[in-house]
Write a protein that binds this ligand. Structure first.
Ligand code: NAI
Ligand code: MG
Length: 485
């Protein structure tokens, strides 16, 4: 049994309590490794190491050039190891290897992007009226506690670590308990490429035992979280005690809107890609497919036919288009939504477990038609390959349904009418809107939600902002006493 170790203060380490937890391959349901089961004492060690690396100046006082260079070196190391990392990611998540390869390439690109951005953080000269020089300095927030999910394990680690490190923050990262392996593999790269000890700490464990203590730890200044809305709310409440900075990315129930004039083939293709990529385990999944009445019946027919043809298979098989869900827990959750959907709407494809797999957390790509937007399958995030198709009549109804959700992460609109498409773009309350596409995103562009999808923006220059404080500096140029008293 391979045992991976955590990274605390530059040391590869086990948990203080000596516990380990199993890590699975969801396609075989077999244990493939063990990871240390961190608890509050480990959080304390990691937070203090990060604090010391920050307060001693070991990281924030390195030059921006040096931080940038180290991030470039890390990116290069990841590229060199990309075949190994992609395979490990696929074995641990169940996602198709071809998708994992994209994730690892994006991971390296993210570190490179912020390696470049490290030297572009600018302050301001403020145009104050008195005889003074007024400056705004940008300084790192301090110690960042970063809690991430299991759907894009290494990429999410990069989205969190890269901007924080570029800004001069030190980090305590906790991967999801389902998928700790690639982050623990990467843990070995930091020392190799030259990061000082304590700058990056990676601890593994469960939410209550290892995540929650990060949120209340006095040595941590900020919590960045991606995951469920329920845990996000809990984090926000618990962070209040120590006034931690918080950013949250909490997923959604994103509308993918199809007008009758859209290119039909591209539209059906985009609906499938929007909701089924990565087994539907995507925060921005286009899980509500809104279709205009004139094309509705033809559209659902094509969707049903094409989703039945999606090739499920072994994740390491390059022909596989959909793997198993990440865990037994997620499998059971999605299976339950398949049953809920059968009560609430009309099942037109999938709806169960594929019969061809004896083992593995596989579910069929599932499409429900004639869904009412008030039902649970239209309102609750499933986080699996389950689509809810909702008919609409005209633009204003499409916008009303699209916005009738507590979430606001993403949306897409498909139409050849640019006026209408752009009106929809402006009317939909979401942090990301695609036109005639859904899902591609780039490190250069902002990512984050409106409404209960959270707040704060990741990636691009916005991503580094979330790890910076602003300090006002007032320099008096008048040598005379104030003479007030
Ligand atoms: P979760 O929100 O429980 O887990 C995400 C991360 O938070 C993990 O690292 C976990 O250990 C940590 N965590 C859990 N409880 C915590 C606590 N009390 N304090 C601090 N950290 C804590 O998500 P879970 O249970 O894996 O999935 C449940 C649902 O959440 C999914 O079905 C999906 O709807 C949603 N989700 C959304 C994601 C997104 O990208 N926005 C990603 C993963 C899940
Ligand atoms: Mg949970």
């Amino acid at each position: 049994m391979i045992r991976y170790r955590m990274l605390i203060d530059g040391q590869r380490t086990e948990a203080v309590g000596g516990g380990w937890f199993p890590v699975y391959d969801p396609s075989t349901e077999e244990i493939i490794a063990e990871a240390p089961k961190a608890g509050p004492a480990d959080v304390d060690r990691a937070a203090k190491a990060a604090r010391a690396a920050f307060d001693s100046g070991a990281w924030p006082q390195t030059t921006a050039q040096e931080r940038g260079r180290l991030l470039f070196r890390l990116a290069e190391k990841i590229r060199n190891e990309s075949a190994h990392l992609a395979e490990l990611e696929t074995r641990n998540t169940g996602k198709p290897i071809v998708e994992a390869e994209f994730d690892i390439a994006d991971t390296a690109t993210c570190f490179e992007y912020y390696g470049g951005l490290a030297t572009k953080v600018l302050g301001h000269v403020n145009p104050v009226p008195d005889n003074a020089l007024s400056l705004s300095l940008r300084e790192p927030v301090g110690v960042a506690g970063q809690i991430i999910p299991w759907n894009y394990p290494l990429l999410m680690a990069a989205w969190k670590l890269a901007p924080a490190l570029a800004a001069g923050c030190t980090c305590v990262l906790k991967p999801a308990e389902q998928t700790p392996l690639t982050a623990l593999e990467m843990a070995g790269y930091f020392e190799e490429v030259g990061f000082p000890a304590g700058v990056v700490n990676i601890i593994t464990g469960f939410g209550e035992e290892a995540g929650a203590p990060m949120v209340t730890h006095p040595a941590i200044d900020k919590i960045a979280f991606t995951g469920s809305a329920a845990v996000g709310k809990n984090i926000l409440r618990n962070a209040a005690e120590s006034i931690k900075r918080v950013t949250l990315e909490l997923g959604g129930k994103s509308p993918n809107i199809f007008f009758a004039d859209a290119d039909f083939e591209a539209a059906v293709d985009g609906a499938l890609f929007g909701v089924f990529i990565n087994q539907g385990e995507v925060c921005s999944a286009g899980s509500r497919i809104l279709v205009e009445r004139p094309i509705y019946s033809k559209f659902i027919e094509a969707l049903a036919e094409k989703s039945k043809a999606i090739r499920l298979g072994a994740p390491l098989d390059r022909e596989t288009k959909m793997g198993p869900l990440v865990s037994k827990e997620q499998y059971e959750r999605v299976r339950e939504y398949q049953e809920i959907g059968k009560q609430e709407a009309r099942l037109i494809s999938g709806g169960g477990r594929p019969s061809s797999f004896a083992k593995g957390y596989y579910v069929e790509p599932t499409v429900f038609a004639d869904v009412d937007n008030s039902t649970r399958i239209a309102r609750e995030e499933v986080f699996g390959p389950v689509a809810a198709v909702i008919p609409f009549e005209g633009e204003s109804e499409a916008i009303r349904i699209a916005n009738d959700t507590p979430y606001g992460l993403a949306a897409a609109v498909w139409s050849r009418d640019i006026f209408r498409a752009l009106r929809v773009v402006k009317s939909v309350r979401a942090g990301i809107v695609w036109v005639n596409h859904m899902q591609p995103t780039y490190v250069e562009a902002p990512w984050g939600g409106y409404k209960q999808s959270g707040f704060g923006r990741e990636l691009g220059p916005w991503g580094i902002e979330e790890y910076l404080e602003t300090k006002q500096v007032h320099i008096n140029l008048n040598e005379q006493p104030i003479g007030w008293y």
